[in-house]
Design a protein around this ligand. Sequence first.
Ligand SMILES: [Cu+2]
Length: 449
Amino acid sequence: MGKLTRRRFAELSGLAAVSLATGEMSRAAVTPDFTLEIAPYLLEASPKHKFQTVAYNGQVPGPLLKMREGRAVSVMVKNLSRDPEVVHWHGLFLPPEVDGAMEEGTPMIAPGATTHLQFMPEPAGFRWFHTHTFAGNDLRKAQYGGLHGFLMIEPRENPAPYDREFFLALHDWGGSMTGGDDGSMNPVYDASTINGKMMGSGEPLRVKQGERVMLHVLNSSPTEVHWIALAGHRFKVMALDGNEVARPQVVEMLRLAPAERVSAMVTMDAPGVWVLGEVRKHVQAAGMAMVVEYAGSKGTPKWVQPPALRWSYEPFANAAPQGQSEATRIELIFDSKFKGHGAQERWTINGKSYPETDEPVLTAGRRYRLVMKNLSLDEHPIHLHRHSFEVKRVGGSAELGGLRKDVVLVPAQSTAEVEFTADHPGRTLLHCHQQNHMDLGFMMVFRYA
Ligand SMILES: [Cu+2]
């Protein structure tokens, strides 16, 4: 038998998170597989738009991390910023001590401190990592800043073939928090970017005629839903939130709520110089666009305005099998509560704001259906930590099947239903991914019996 390597040791012991007390593990700490350094950073979105923010490894978005499904990794996180930090591994099945939410019990990393994480990356697919802190009205903090990065967990088997892949992150920056008469607080942004750059300030995506290009798009915006099109081309959507869809579909545009991901194949069959960007003109004008340039083509990038916004989860799902679901129903009612003039609104789940929200107790192995009723006038991107769920109904849709996600956009004054199996014991956070909503109480924790 060969020497037992550190990775092999971790695989054999089946540990998702291990103490660094043993000699074996302290050597791992000296040479981690990945290092994230959290530090202040000046983002130049354009020569006229500079934002003082915080970033991973001096770049926005942070580094693209590639891991292999089921092979343990070590990550060293150094916090060189002035605030306590925590790294959330979005879409992974990690124990609560590592998942990256203090509401679940992950320790915060103090300013100046270094943490060593060890975990088993799963499931395969397009995931991401980001900060999970409180911002309040400070539009430089938490998800308003630059602390987000791509994580690709590569499957054990070969994925779909393509010639080239690009990772794109959508984000909104700066501006100020504006209060409404109803006590709501919403940011109005100064700039919108793809991979930290406004239109014309970044490098074009360079492609060749005939290539099959896989675009992995992440909406890392703190609060905004975004709509993306590539002029002259269509997208074949292969995966949502990193999970292969039941029925790949060709669409004119992508809609991504905060924290959602879309992986879409584009066949490069229209030589020229094109704009890839936000479909809504005012958001594209705020900078959210980039150039796609074919080899040998020159000229002004061309945009073609789609006539209407169009997106639905339904075409990507199967019709669900007949018969009543066996899952235990948990009803969650979302609303906002305004305590009167001068007060800030609070978001509520079943009438309570975090940390007063209910803590439903799950039984390991059981299937649950979250029936989410949204009484408010806003749509909400709801994220479940440490599990993925199956989207079963959105708005007035028929029962759906085979659509696995970790975020679902619940329409305004409407409902959505998702099902998940309680197969990752430990505290589990459910929250609206909009920073200003989670900050104002839109969070709850599930416990396991
Ligand atoms: Cu919300």
